[in-house]
Design a protein around this ligand. Structure first.
Ligand code: GDP
Ligand code: IMO
Ligand code: MG
Length: 427
């Protein structure tokens, strides 16, 4: 796997198991890069039965010596970042600037972004998005409005204060006039972030330069997506989406890597579907099978602890994900969770307005008005969490995988049968 540049992205509504797959693939990689999203992400790694949840630091960090990069497309909360450094350090993980680097161009989540995120959600009577409350949307808004604070500003305290003041001029009008909240002062905002900001200065770097050099040296680079295709700001179930482009194409823009250098794209697909937060979800189950997925799959949000909504595998969603991301292979996760269900359903099309369609309708809320068309397959009773090879899998599980490959015209190259590193079948 030398000299490869591989994007690993979520193909559904997030929480597909990206963290596990990135951790696994890091063994043969040199550099791991986050390129979008922020600490709305919760990526779980299980190594020797020990669980680690990462929100900002790339999922390669548990492999000693590998370089972890935060790209310009990420929104970084400096306080949360420092807490994550501390937690890892306390467990003996090297989190020095030799191992972790942050792009100077990365946008910073400020205390007023979190506050605005919470105030907006609280003020909505209906139509709440169910955000993670981490200030993600407001931070990306400031980036696009060109009033954002960037990581490079940490190195210039005076400039930082001027920028905070400029940002607050607008934010305080919103807080006081619209949200009946007190105004924030430059001093309180600066106090809250100043220690973290100072601590992060040695981590600042030119990520695009490191990536270019690494590529020229024949190193293997992973790009770790956060969230999933259906949460993409443009292509997802707008407005019930996150505020960044989650599709594979953003790996280039969100890190400053040449798209010509990308060699592989791995779509991480959960063997069923989950969603946290509000928004349409055609194959959602509110019955025994859904409860089975929720409890056996331990489907609770890794960031907010919310119960994840569960449902059958949706091929229409995945067809759209294949079209948008162009995966060279699929990593199919949580297959073990389906064990014990007598029958499995796969949604292969939707009925809407008297027509049958293969892709999610693109008009706003179109997905809220479809009925899934299902294909039924026999399930398996065996516990497959110890399976080590294709031949160890029951015939019904192999049929399920082969049906997914045929419907998506994409090979399933990795099969995950448990949270641990070793619970993986590489084909
Ligand atoms: P991410 O956000 O895409 O990295 O996914 P999360 O970490 O939020 O959620 C995936 C959850 O499933 C985590 O708790 C993982 O430890 C767990 N997990 C990953 N792969 C498997 C698998 O194949 N089987 C089971 N049972 N759990 C898995
Ligand atoms: P990982 O990387 C699942 C969802 C939130 C909400 C919507 C907008 O672990 O897969 P935001 O805070 O981003 O403005 O919230 O997006 N969401 C996720 N759902 N996994 C995630 O990340 C998510 N990050 C955001 O629940 O519906
Ligand atoms: Mg997650």
């Amino acid at each position: 796997m030398s000299g490869q540049s591989i994007v690993i992205h979520g193909a559904q509504w997030g929480d597909e198991g990206k963290g596990k797959i990135v951790d696994l693939m890091t063994e043969k990689a040199d550099v791991i890069t986050r390129f979008q999203g922020g600490n709305n992400a919760g990526h779980t790694l299980v190594v020797n039965d020990e669980k680690t949840i990462l929100h900002l630091i790339p999922s390669g960090i548990l492999h000693p010596g590998k370089v972890c990069l935060i790209g310009n497309g990420v929104v970084l909360d400096p306080v949360v970042f420092c807490q994550e450094l501390d937690k890892l350090e306390a467990r003996g993980v090297d989190v020095s600037p030799q191992r972790i680097r942050i792009s100077r161009k990365t946008q910073v989540i400020m205390p007023y972004h979190r506050r605005l995120d919470a105030a907006r959600e609280a003020a909505k009577e209906g139509g709440r998005i169910g955000t993670t409350g981490r200030g993600i949307g407001p931070c990306y808004e400031d980036k696009m409005s060109r009033i954002g604070i960037r990581a490079c500003d940490f190195a210039d305290v005076e400039l930082l204060k001027i920028k905070i003041e400029a940002a607050l001029a607008e934010k305080n009008v919103l807080f006081t006039s619209l949200y009946s909240a007190p105004a924030m002062t430059v001093e309180t905002v600066f106090e809250e972030i100043k220690d973290a900001a100072a601590r992060l200065v040695p981590y600042l770097t030119d990520v695009d330069e490191i990536l270019d050099t690494s590529r020229k040296q024949g190193k293997t680079i992973l790009f770790e997506g956060a969230q999933g295709t259906m949460l993409d700001i443009d292509h997802g179930t707008y407005p019930f989406v996150t505020s960044s482009n989650t599709v594979s194409g953003n790996a280039a823009a969100g890190s400053g890597f040449t798209p010509r250098g990308l060699t592989e794209i791995i779509a991480v697909v959960k063997a069923y579907t989950t969603r946290v937060g509000a928004g349409p979800f055609p194959t959602e189950l509110e019955c025994e099978s859904g409860n089975h997925m929720q409890s056996v799959g331990a489907e609770f949000g890794a960031t907010t602890g919310r119960k994840r909504r569960c449902g059958w595998l949706d091929i229409c969603v995945l067809r759209q994900a294949v079209r948008l991301n162009g995966p060279t292979g699929i990593a199919l996760t949580k297959l073990d969770v389906l064990g014990g269900l007598k029958e499995l359903q796969i949604c292969t099309a939707y009925e809407t307005d008297g027509k049958t369609v293969d892709y999610p309708p693109q008009q706003e809320n179109g997905l809220a008005h479809v009925s899934p068309v299902y294909e039924t397959m026999p399930g398996w009773a065996e516990d497959i969490s110890g399976a080590k090879s294709w031949d160890d899998l029951p015939q019904a599980a192999r049929n399920y995988i082969e049906r997914i490959e045929a419907l998506l015209e994409t090979p399933v190259t990795i099969i995950s049968v448990g949270p641990g590193r070793e619970q993986t079948i590489i084909r």
